[in-house]
Design a protein around this ligand. Structure first.
Ligand code: PML
Ligand code: MG
Length: 253
């Protein structure tokens, strides 16, 4: 599901198209489900889009595709919630943990710049771990992680574990599933995510090495900037990474 709002100018909304201003991203969601679940899931997505803290969309697109390829099995990352009281502290946590897995200061700084920029992307930025260069071909759209889900039995176990920490929410489960697919891509070293929802101030960093680390107060309440950055090894084929993230079905367990 993708929900967006057209930018309106003084003259007309058509002007925004003519001058190439992208629509404002409101909400997005993806999943792998059984045919019998389609209508329930689609209704849930529509409700979510229509009642979103980023505003009212004027366009909601739901795409339903039959998955023909057997989904790859990927491990669900372990979840830890860190202590963090401010955006200053969160920056420190991010620099410490990402430097620890070989990501340069320049790359981390560039990643945080993307996430704190007013130009919110609906997909993720790809940044090289050493040079800090951005390599995704479409900087407005970014890379949209798709065709991802979680196996029924793993879902039950996860719900129980998250309930114990009182974080058994759709936001956590969906973000963890996405982060697990991203971390399963061998050419991606780590991810930073800051929600673009103004009322959601917990973000995370994730990697195969340290798992899914939730960071409270990663941004201030009311701030609508955010997004995702994936840190990629130098010398890898960007088209292969995008193909895996966007097209290859993966089920976490
Ligand atoms: C989102 O808003 O889609 C991203 C939420 C990221 C953090 C989820 C969590 O609380 O672990
Ligand atoms: Mg959002």
């Amino acid at each position: 599901m993708r929900a967006s709002k057209r930018v309106r100018t003084q003259n007309s909304e058509v002007r925004s198209k003519a001058i190439g201003v992208p629509d404002i991203h409101i909400s997005g969601a993806e999943g792998i489900y059984k045919e019998s679940e389609i209508s329930k899931i689609s209704n849930g997505y529509i409700k979510r889009a229509l009642n979103h803290s980023r505003g009212k969309p004027d366009r909601i697109v739901i795409t339903i595709e039959k998955i023909k390829q057997k989904p790859e099995k990927i491990p669900l990352l372990p979840v830890t919630t860190l202590r963090c009281n401010s955006t200053c502290e969160s920056d420190e946590i991010i620099f410490r943990n990402l430097s620890g897995v070989g990501i340069s200061k320049t790359a981390i700084t560039n990643g945080l710049k993307v996430l704190k920029s007013k130009k919110t992307m609906r997909g993720a930025a790809l940044i090289l771990i050493k040079s800090g260069l951005r390599i995704e071909p479409d900087r407005e759209r970014g890379v949209r992680v798709s065709r991802l889900g979680i196996e029924k039995s793993a879902k039950r176990g996860l719900a129980q574990r998250l309930s114990k920490s009182r974080i058994n929410t759709t936001a956590v489960k969906e973000a963890l599933t996405l982060a697990s697919k991203v971390a399963s891509c061998p050419d991606i070293v780590a991810e930073i995510c800051i929600s673009d929802d103004p009322d959601y101030t917990t973000g995370y960093i994730a990697s195969r090495i340290f798992g899914y680390l939730r960071i409270p107060n990663i941004k201030r309440y009311g701030n609508t900037t955010g997004g995702r950055v994936f840190f990629v090894m130098e010398g890898t084929e960007v088209a292969d990474i995008i193909h895996y993230l966007e097209d290859v079905p993966a089920l976490a367990s």
